[in-house]
Design a protein around this ligand. Structure first.
Ligand SMILES: C[S@@+](CC[C@H](N)C(=O)[O-])C[C@H]1O[C@@H](n2cnc3c(N)ncnc32)[C@H](O)[C@@H]1O
Length: 289
């Protein structure tokens, strides 16, 4: 897995969000709620230190704190092509019809039943890379359906090849911006939502590009069923802190795990972090009814 600095993501002008409107009801909170939460988030960020690349220089000022309504349009990764070889393009063309669902949806229960060819609890895995952990997640629960969302085409080609060779059959893949999919999923339709090692965006001026912000947390709380779980992981200590701060703005998400590690394979990106001596943080939350 390459890092965000190896292949800078294409940053579009909010492809799924052409205007500056908040994307989720959470983000449409009253002005006073927004101000209170803004203060909370900003105080959590006061004194937060983040280096341009290594985390050892510079400090984030109030102006660098993430905003309550999420990043302004144009700073999100919404489309990433990657350099896709002819061979990988052929894999995507050949195997796509069997394993992928259309990026535009629909994402209602009937469409998911048809797309998976089976019912069962829905697990959503975001930014799966080449999907080794996704496949393990699906093997562990054959009764569940695992929806893998990824934008990086070479990773998708690898995942489709592995699915075609070894399954499991209860995975479907979508090449789309995960936030756009979350916005369209039915409320309370997801049993588990997972985001393992999202792009860290370590430079302080890029903090607002991080996938986990208040709007993401609001979307997660909307799509999870009561008792459903949100699992986040990162190898960047400041991103782990950022995740805790953001999730804390949603009182319905109760922390289940903040130390230790749930059963899951080491991912490609995580392996690189471990080689660099980074500490891995897994955070698991449960949606209370
Ligand atoms: C740092 S990599 C981690 C990949 C994998 N989870 C792992 O641990 O090896 C982050 C992945 O998230 C994907 N990604 C970033 N923004 C996304 C978005 N808006 N929707 C879907 N995937 C996204 C990237 O393409 C990339 O493959």
């Amino acid at each position: 897995m390459k890092t965000s600095t190896d292949f800078p993501p294409e940053v579009s002008a909010g492809a799924h969000r052409p205007d500056a409107e908040p994307r989720h009801p959470t983000a449409r909170a009253s002005a006073s709620t927004r101000e209170t939460t803004d203060r909370l988030v900003r105080s959590a960020y006061a004194g937060w230190r983040q280096g341009p690349e290594t985390g050892d220089a510079g400090s984030v000022t109030d102006d660098d704190a993430p905003s309550v309504t999420g990043p302004p349009p144009g700073v999100r990764t919404t489309r990433r092509r990657g350099r896709t070889s002819a061979a990988k393009t052929a894999v995507l063309d050949q195997l796509g019809p069997a394993w992928t669902l259309p990026a535009a949806g629909p994402w209602d229960a009937a469409a998911l039943d048809a797309g998976f060819g089976q019912g069962g609890p829905l697990r959503v895995d975001i930014g799966v890379g080449s999907g080794e952990a996704t496949r393990a997640w699906a093997v562990e629960a054959p009764e569940a359906r695992v929806l893998a969302i990824e934008l990086h085409r070479p990773g998708l080609a690898k995942l489709l090849g592995a699915l075609e060779a070894d399954g499991p059959a209860n995975v479907r893949v979508v090449e789309a911006d995960a936030l756009g999919v979350l916005e369209q999923l039915d409320p309370g339709s997801v049993a588990a939502l997972r985001l393992l090692f999202p792009d860290p965006w370590p430079k302080r001026r890029h903090v607002e590009r991080r996938m986990v912000d208040r709007a993401f947390v609001g979307l997660a709380a909307r799509v999870l069923e009561p008792g459903g779980q949100l699992h986040l992981a990162t190898d960047w200590a400041d991103y782990a802190e950022h995740m805790r701060t953001m999730v804390a703005t949603e009182p319905r998400l109760a922390r289940v795990l903040d130390a230790g590690r749930p059963a899951r394979p080491v991912t490609t990106y995580e392996r690189r972090g471990l080689e660099l001596g980074r500490t891995i943080t897994d955070l698991v939350y449960r949606l209370d009814a």
